[in-house]
Design a protein around this ligand. Structure first.
Ligand SMILES: Cc1cc2nc3c(=O)[nH]c(=O)nc-3n(C[C@H](O)[C@H](O)[C@H](O)COP(=O)(O)OP(=O)(O)OC[C@H]3O[C@@H](n4cnc5c(N)ncnc54)[C@H](O)[C@@H]3O)c2cc1C
Length: 294
């Protein structure tokens, strides 16, 4: 009789997933917790902590190793976000936005040239932000009004984005705009916008009641010039909708961990399972974790 094979239940972490979770838990206690109060008071993330997150591989958890990432899975991202959330929501959110919105969008929908250009840096030293929401389009993201116009080898973006996480610190912004309003939401596409591009600026930073160390900013696109090859990057409206699948999983992880610090695998695995989150293990993260401990 042929041998029956089954995948392990999502409520049971593999040995590597447990090691990964414990590594992040230890990092959160040793490196994040002592900084939390000062970062909340200063309304900013300690740049040294951000550098440590990159060093540990937490900013490119499921970027493939071929692109310089840790080669992990969505489940591992959720585990990391859950463990960080137990100590500080602000740090959890910047790790989370980087992995589940920015990296995931580029990984799934960008062209090879854009992947080669940005993924290795997103895994090593470049903080990203995901710019979809606007003053009059929050939940109704397909109603966005930012306009993209092609002129020769350059796209010009006109509009305003609001409440963009990591806006104060990010070097790369995935910006959604409509390139053809006659097509309705089907005209929506995305651009990889670097902080230094002409016509791009970061406006007001929100003064929030909580999670203050995580920046939430306005972006101003005033004739922002984007080379045409940065558009081929995320040339698809799907990115405006589908990354939220990943985002919903980790938002669940944040809420669970913040609400009850005693909860661990169960709730996370239930969310991650819906998205087939268990992939191959993040060897890269563990290697780096071992190095940084030594
Ligand atoms: C701290 C913070 C960080 C953020 N970071 C980012 C970011 O990094 N990038 C980004 O693009 N955006 C970001 N946002 C924006 C966030 O995604 C939007 O606030 C969210 O999409 C909701 O939009 P809104 O506030 O305009 O609310 P609205 O869309 O106006 O919704 C208001 C209420 O109406 C309900 N509602 C809306 N539509 C319907 C409907 N059709 N049927 C029934 N009920 C409905 C909603 O559930 C909600 O309760 C952030 C917001 C905050 C507060």
């Amino acid at each position: 009789m042929p041998e029956l094979t089954t995948t392990p239940p999502l409520t049971k972490l593999s040995e590597e997933e447990e090691l990964f979770r414990d590594t992040v838990r230890d990092f959160a206690e040793r490196e994040v917790r002592p900084r939390v109060a000062a970062m909340e008071r200063a309304s900013t993330v300690d740049p040294a902590l951000l550098a440590k997150c990159f060093e540990l591989g937490l900013m490119g958890i499921d970027i493939p190793e071929s692109h310089g990432g840790a080669g992990g899975s969505l489940l591992m991202t959720v585990l990391a976000v859950e463990e960080l959330s137990a100590v500080d929501a602000s740090v959890a959110i910047f790790v989370d936005v980087q992995n589940t919105l920015v990296n995931m969008l580029l990984r799934k929908w960008a062209g090879d040239d854009v992947k080669r250009r940005y993924l290795p840096r997103l895994a090593s030293d470049l903080l990203g932000a995901y710019a979809l929401s606007e003053p009059d389009s929050g939940s109704d993201a397909f109603g966005l009004q930012t306009r993209a116009t092609r002129r020769g080898t350059t796209w010009t973006l006109e509009g305003r984005k609001l409440w963009i996480t990591n806006g104060a610190e990010a070097g790369l912004f995935v910006v959604f705009a409509n390139s053809d309003f006659t097509k309705g939401y089907k005209g929506i596409t995305a651009f990889a916008v670097e902080r230094g591009f002409k016509g791009f600026s970061v406006g007001k930073k929100e003064d929030k009641l909580g999670i203050r160390a995580s920046s939430t900013c306005e972006l101003i696109l005033d004739g922002c010039e984007v080379p045409a090859d940065r558009h081929r990057g995320a040339d698809d409206r799907r990115g405006a909708r589908r990354p939220h699948g990943g985002a919903q999983v980790r938002e669940g992880a944040e809420a669970v961990r913040q609400a009850d610090r005693g909860v661990s695998g169960g709730a996370v695995s239930a969310g991650a399972g819906r998205h087939g989150a268990r992939g191959r293990p993040a060897h890269g993260v563990q290697r780096r974790a071992t190095r940084s401990r030594g």
